[in-house]
Design a protein around this ligand. Structure first.
Ligand SMILES: Cc1ncc(COP(=O)(O)O)c(C=O)c1O
Length: 457
């Protein structure tokens, strides 16, 4: 039997899960089948059906611990890592990251409520967004959640609110530092041409404006330069730039106490990816802030960072069942699965690449077939893998796609009225549902047929 080189044989980095393709508890049993968190994937699908999102608790916790440990080791001042909940928002995720000492970043009332329900302390939550509703701003302020001001519209409403409350409100501002990094343009946010934050050239005007407000107290700066970044240099530059902005703000009487450097550390989706470790990332940004503060004789601010993908992506996998095959001689063979762009919109949106294997033959023994893995949606572009080599497989076999913990569930849709999959948390041989599977009937819940249409029928 021919055994191919497989990503499943790579040595696992337990300390920095973002450097692995697979969750750190991945194993292959004596029957040759795949399990995660001590649970057989085949058994999980028997119990919970497919498609199925699975999250590995140990991988999640190790990622959080790596950030905490590195901040403690490399940043001599106060620090607070914050989970960017847009990556995967649920009550369980909020609860888990909070139990690891993390705060949380939210961008909507929905994410804020999820964080609060998960038990994240209000003072450790920050509220982002380039077009917050007034209701959302009021909700945040009422709950003592720090608002990150993205634009003048935010600022005007906060000023009115603080005047009506007759009390000080601490704010942070988001700005675009003008840093270019090599990632997909849709997830690049720190360059000048971005919808997020104040342009760096406007900051002095802004600082002057804020100093005239009675109750708004500028205490923090935020910048996020993009996502799935493999270079360290942009974050080194960011640390320096942010410290310089603290100095600028000082000239207008603002005492900046908090620096939030955003997230962005990349993860390994395929064998071609080689992201820095969590430790290297934290060390780089910490060293840059410390050096710049020393140079200018500044007290160290509280260092906040906002990882999303590097906390949850590698912990997550998606399992699909194979359905139809379509062979187009001389061109390709389509293999269709029971999910696709509604549970993972990243390939069709960003042309993202993933790694996958058959659950019953994870090492791809006797792999000789090239397939295109298509989703079940009514869209030609609904393709999860343009070309993948797999061993012989048939209808009913399971395929496991790795690295789907981030920006899959949270970006999912009901396109074609397809219900969202369940999410199961696995740990130590136990599995628990943390998000229930939707049913087609759930999707009808919000449809209304006006009376006059009922009469017509
Ligand atoms: C403001 C902000 N912070 C943090 C993140 C998390 O980034 P990542 O998932 O790349 O760590 C994002 C994601 O785009 C973001 O927009």
């Amino acid at each position: 039997m021919e055994e191919k080189k497989s990503f499943l044989k790579e040595k696992i980095d337990h300390k920095s899960p973002n450097k692995n393709i697979v969750p750190i508890t991945t194993s292959i049993g004596s029957d040759g089948k795949l399990s995660i968190g001590g649970c057989s994937i085949e058994e999980l699908v028997k119990k919970y059906d497919s498609p199925l999102y699975i999250l590995d608790e140990i991988t999640l916790r190790n990622s959080c611990k790596a950030y905490k440990k590195a901040l403690k080791e490399y940043y001599p001042g106060e620090s607070l890592p914050i989970y960017a909940s847009k990556a995967n928002s649920s009550v369980l995720m909020s609860n888990l990251v909070s139990s690891e000492g993390f705060g949380l970043d939210a961008v909507s009332e929905g994410e804020l409520l999820t964080a609060l329900k998960g038990g994240v302390p209000n003072e450790k939550i920050v509220f982002h967004g380039n077009n917050k509703s007034t209701k959302e701003i009021e909700f945040a302020v009422r709950n003592n959640i720090k608002v990150i001001v993205d634009n003048d519209y935010d600022l005007e409403r906060l000023e009115v609110l603080s005047n009506s409350l007759n009390r000080d409100l601490e704010i942070m501002i988001r700005f675009t530092p003008g840093i270019e990094c090599h990632t997909h343009e849709y997830i690049r946010t720190g360059s000048f041409d971005s919808k997020f934050g104040f342009g760096i050239e406007y900051l002095n005007t802004l600082f002057d404006k804020i100093s005239n407000f009675k109750y708004l107290k500028l205490k923090g700066l935020h910048a996020h330069i993009g996502s799935q970044i493999f270079e360290l240099e942009p974050h080194k530059d960011l640390g320096e730039i942010m410290v310089n902005v603290i100095l600028d703000a000082k000239k207008f009487g603002h005492d900046i106490k908090k620096l939030n450097v955003g997230g962005g550390l990349g993860i390994k989706y395929t064998e071609n990816d080689d992201p820095p470790s969590i430790e290297e990332w934290v060390k780089t940004i910490s060293a840059s802030v410390v050096k710049a503060c020393k140079k200018h004789n500044l007290d160290l601010p509280t260092l906040m960072c906002e990882p999303g993908r590097s906390i949850v992506s590698t912990a997550g996998i998606t399992v699909y069942k194979i359905g139809a095959f379509k062979k187009i001689p001389g061109i390709r063979t389509y293999l269709s699965v029971d999910g696709g762009m509604s549970d993972n919109p990243r390939p069709i949106t960003y042309q993202s690449n993933y790694s996958a294997c058959l659950v019953s033959n994870p090492l791809n023994i006797n792999s000789k077939n090239k397939y295109t893995i298509a989703g079940k949606h009514c869209e030609s572009g609904d393709v999860l893998f343009k070309e993948i080599e797999l061993a012989d497989c048939k209808t009913g076999d399971l395929i496991c796609v790795f690295g789907t913990g981030a920006y899959n569930n949270s970006m999912s849709s009901n396109y074609n009225r397809i219900p969202r999959p369940a999410t199961v948390l696995v740990s130590d041989g136990e599995s628990e549902v943390i998000q229930m599977r939707e049913s087609p009937l759930d999707l009808l819940k919000y449809d209304v047929l006006p009376n006059r249409f009922i009469k017509q029928n």
